[in-house]
Design a protein around this ligand. Structure first.
Ligand code: HEM
Length: 192
């Protein structure tokens, strides 16, 4: 029985121990260990390459795709933000009326759409969910029209009252009809 010194490459990777004495159990054991290490390293390399090459969603793809309803709601949001400022001054009423027209158009588009949450409900509840959503959107549009009418009378205080009602309707509508992950995202963006 004899022992050969185990030779290693930089990084501790074992080298082939070289010629063996088949009768020597120590040489054979070392040779088997060497083979096992080699196989392990090859498998590790293959797995790493496969992992690196695997198609991965981009950051944009990871973000949930926005629905058309979401886009239209953003139009309303944008108009409402402008109105918060312009409604304070009578001299801005022509501008306010333009913004009101825009949010009314967006709300009319929204009214016909189906909230994405509908598909997460049991099928026998979906139709009623969509009807309730649409009725609430009708009320929203009615209040936007009231705001418009008040401004046409140069009654900014009344228009601002309608504005507050719209903000309450927004909160209530989102509570009832938005998906939970959208609600979380909306809360985050409100904080910004
Ligand atoms: C002034 C009123 C409103 C504003 C400014 C508004 C604004 C928004 C905005 C910005 C979003 C996109 C998510 C976010 O980042 O917040 C959204 C989504 C949504 N809103 Fe509104 N919203 C209003 C009223 C309503 C009402 C009254 C309802 C229900 C009747 C409603 C139902 C929804 C739903 C269901 C979504 C998710 C879209 C989807 O399902 O794909 N919203 N809204």
């Amino acid at each position: 029985m004899h022992s050969l010194p185990e030779r290693r490459l930089a990084g501790g990777i074992p080298m082939d121990p070289g010629p063996q004495d088949p009768a020597c159990w120590k040489c054979n054991a070392r040779s088997r260990r060497f083979l096992r290490n080699r196989i392990f390293l090859v498998l590790l390399a293959v797995a790493s390459i496969a992992w690196l090459a695997a198609p991965r969603p981009t950051v944009a793809e990871e973000k949930k795709a926005k629905t058309e309803l979401h886009h239209q709601m953003e139009q309303i949001d944008n108009g409402m933000k402008k109105l918060r400022r312009t409604l304070r001054k009578k001299e801005s009423n022509p501008e306010s009326l333009e913004w009101i027209t825009k949010i009314e158009e967006a709300a009319i588009a929204c009214k016909q759409m189906t909230p994405s949450r509908a598909t997460t409900l049991p099928s026998d509840q979906q139709a009623q969910f969509v009807i309730s959503y649409r009725k609430q959107m009708v009320q929203l549009i009615g209040t936007m029209v009231k705001m418009e009418s008040a401004l046409l009378d140069d009654d900014n205080a009344k228009a601002q009252e309608a504005y507050k009602q719209l903000k309450d309707m927004e909160d209530d509508g989102h509570d009832k009809f938005m998906q939970d992950d959208e609600k979380d995202a909306a809360k985050d963006s409100d904080k910004k």
